[in-house]
Design a protein around this ligand. Structure first.
Ligand code: TRP
Length: 464
């Protein structure tokens, strides 16, 4: 099997695809609203610390396991000789299915905004609530999005995923940078920046901590084997450390820039009243149309439409990676032909997303899906799926994979795999740090936060 396995065509192709998987709605849609949800700059700081100190080592282990075994996240554990750990791969696949089911819905919203802004409808910002409850319309966009994802995945690794990522990611980055400069010129921009960059440590509570951790994992596509899968297509010549560093840096960098673009806009539109800012899934969707309108009717419309188009593409390079995981599993382990696996799994996940689609008001049942112990307000289905799929299962996956690597597979095997593409690795500072991180730091911090998250979020037991 390994001999015939397709590969990314070069290191840049892999980094572009992995960064494409990382950069998506998580950076541009979710990150700003999580910042606004709680913590402001304190959240930003926690997020960055988690990305570089905790997630980077996890990323290295995921890619190394994938490349060593050339397998999907389930088969990888068998290939390493530890079939008992296959459950971890299964857990990842479940998390991925959860995540893709709601992600596809939001990606459909973004695509719909592209259409609306192309038509010059700047009022769509204030109509967001009604917009997402027009189920026929957003449902159709979600269908289009899942079809596009399935189409790219059905074309295989270097043909589809890689090509799309290489062109679109740099374009999106350029666009965000231009918008950052523009937003800085607006009245009240400074209040927005201050909110975003000057931490108020009194704002840190445990919720901020676990939201930042969940966000870091989600944003880097970690904790569910997506990077084991991508790693399985990476050439033995590549340097896993520098690739991981670049992926982490570009992902955290783009999230950071997205915030830098958003908060001056928020301050401008609220006349500098940052205290009233509230995060939520509608955050960028309600704010950006007004911001684009401020640019002017013609250019604003153009920029706005282009922005949401690129956002939809960024989401596409992420949905691709989410779908790729169960598909690689079905192809490798269940011996199903790729093209059948793709369409069947895509249909299944789409159906799982239907409750998310109607849980923003349309269906009373799914909008008020569950009330966690100790909470007064009910949580909607789409939020519930995110709480379970990304905030809980991803850090759990990260925790288990570091335990597996440090205590079961063993550190010297990890090192050997890294050295294949980076002969001087042994003895470097980074080698020592990764050793420390996967043996002590990650297991302890991720394990503790995971347990406390369960208690805090779902059972109403608050620590601080
Ligand atoms: N990282 C993507 C984003 O920020 C979402 C994503 C794609 C993802 N693949 C993943 C999240 C795998 C977790 C695991 O939008």
């Amino acid at each position: 099997m390994a001999a015939g396995r397709s590969k990314f065509s070069n290191k840049f192709g892999f980094i572009a695809a992995a960064a494409g998987s990382a950069v998506g709605l998580g950076n541009i849609w979710k990150f700003p609203f999580e910042v606004a949800n709680g913590g402001g700059a304190a959240f930003v700081l926690m997020y960055l610390l988690f990305c570089f100190l905790l997630c980077f080592p996890v990323m290295v282990t995921e890619i190394a396991i994938g490349r060593k075994t050339q397998k999907n996240p389930v088969g990888a554990f068998t290939a390493l000789g530890f079939p008992k750990w296959r459950f971890l791969g299964i857990l990842g696949i479940i998390a991925g299915i959860f995540i893709l089911s709601f992600y596809n819905v939001v990606a459909g919203w973004a695509f719909g905004y592209f259409v609306q802004l192309s038509l010059g409808n700047f009022d769509i910002g204030s109509q967001f609530g009604e917009y997402i409850n027009n189920i026929g319309r957003v449902g159709a966009y979600a269908v289009v999005f899942m079809l596009a994802t399935a189409y790219v995945v059905s074309r295989g690794i270097s043909g589809g995923i890689e090509k799309a990522s290489k062109i679109l990611m740099p374009t999106l980055l350029g666009m965000i940078i231009i918008l950052v400069f523009y937003s800085m010129t607006l009245p009240h921009a400074f209040e927005g920046i201050a909110y975003y960059l000057i931490p108020q440590f009194s704002e840190i509570n445990f919720k901020v901590v676990y939201n930042a951790l969940g966000q870091a994992f989600f944003s880097l596509s970690l904790g569910m084997g997506a990077l084991i899968t991508y790693g399985s297509y990476v050439s033995k010549k590549d340097n896993i450390i520098s690739s991981s560093a670049l992926i982490t840096l570009s992902d955290a960098g783009i999230a950071f820039l997205a915030g830098l673009m958003m908060f001056p806009f928020v301050a401008y539109l609220s006349n500098g009243d940052m205290a009233s800012v509230e995060g939520g899934p509608g955050f960028i969707f309600t704010i950006l149309p007004g911001a684009f309108e401020s640019i002017g009717p013609v250019v604003g419309r153009l920029v706005g439409a282009l922005f949401f188009l690129l956002l939809a593409f960024a989401a596409l390079t992420s949905t691709i990676s989410l779908l790729e995981v169960p598909v690689t599993y079905a192809v490798d382990e269940l011996k199903i032909e790729r093209k059948y696996a793709v369409w069947f799994i895509a249909l299944f996940i789409f159906m799982m997303g239907v409750p998310s689609l109607i849980s923003s008001g349309d269906s009373y049942f799914f909008t008020n899906f569950i009330t966690y112990i100790g909470n007064e307000k009910a949580t909607s289905f789409i939020d519930f799926v995110q709480h379970v799929g990304s905030d809980t299962l991803l850090p759990l996956g990260g925790f288990l994979i570091t335990i597996f690597t440090a205590f079961v597979w063993k550190k010297n095997n990890l090192n050997k795999e890294i050295e294949t593409g980076y002969p001087g690795f042994k003895g470097t500072l980074i080698e020592k740090y990764i050793d420390f991180a996967i043996s002590y730091l990650c297991p302890v911090v991720l394990g503790v936060i995971f347990l406390l998250t369960l208690l805090d979020r779902f059972f109403g037991v608050h620590m601080f």
